[in-house]
Ligand binder design. Structure first.
Ligand SMILES: CC(C)(COP(=O)(O)OP(=O)(O)OC[C@H]1O[C@@H](n2cnc3c(N)ncnc32)[C@H](O)[C@@H]1OP(=O)(O)O)[C@@H](O)C(=O)NCCC(=O)NCCS
Length: 159
């Protein structure tokens, strides 16, 4: 059910990203407040993060399949010097949510990070995301900080 990523998955993962992050992404918040920036939709900005994850560490990207259909994915990053790994992105399509797939993806990512010699794993979420308070702590993560994101237009024509 959870398998390694292959390059031909990328388009599907990009689509899943656009669907899953509509309520829980800084890129969408920015578009809601300021409109499109540089004629690029928030989906395109958010999807580019998955391109970056796939380019940076394709071996640490895992895909969940249900009856041959891709239901979700998780991405990871390694830092060999700090030995703190990261989970930048995780998504499960709404129709497959609440069946334990997210949990399995995190377990897979943690096992991978451990096997690659990482000593700790980091993950982030937004305060507006309902999963933050329960899901990640239940997977063994401890909250260590809250961050505030700001943005401002740099010219009158850009807002
Ligand atoms: C986060 C996400 C990947 C979880 O996937 P999932 O397959 O539904 O996860 P699971 O079924 O393993 O659920 C794990 C736990 O998360 C919590 N959870 C999941 N969805 C939730 C929701 N909508 N509200 C509150 N808690 C939720 C529950 O504690 C759940 O455990 P439970 O079902 O035993 O109560 C999925 O909701 C998603 O893609 N969300 C949008 C994108 C996102 O938020 N990504 C993470 C960004 S940091």
């Amino acid at each position: 059910m959870i398998r390694k990523y292959k390059q031909s998955d990328l388009q599907t993962l990009r689509q899943i990203t656009a669907i899953c992050f509509a309520k829980v992404s800084i890129d969408k918040n920015i578009e809601d407040r300021f409109g499109r920036i540089g004629d690029m939709a928030w989906e395109e900005r958010k999807m580019s993060h998955i391109d970056d994850d796939a380019a940076a560490n394709p071996d640490g990207l895992f895909v969940a399949e249900v009856e041959g259909e891709i239901a979700g994915y998780i991405t990871t990053r390694l830092n060999r010097s700090t030995r703190i790994g990261g989970i930048p992105n995780l998504a499960v399509l709404p129709q497959f949510q609440r069946r334990g797939i997210g949990r399995q993806l995190i377990e897979k990512a943690l096992a991978y990070l451990r096997a690659e010699g990482m000593l700790y794993a980091r993950i982030e979420t937004l305060e507006q995301n309902p999963i933050g308070t329960s899901f990640y702590p239940s997977m063994g993560f401890t909250e260590v900080a809250r961050q505030i994101h700001y943005i401002q237009p740099l010219s009158e024509s850009s807002d």
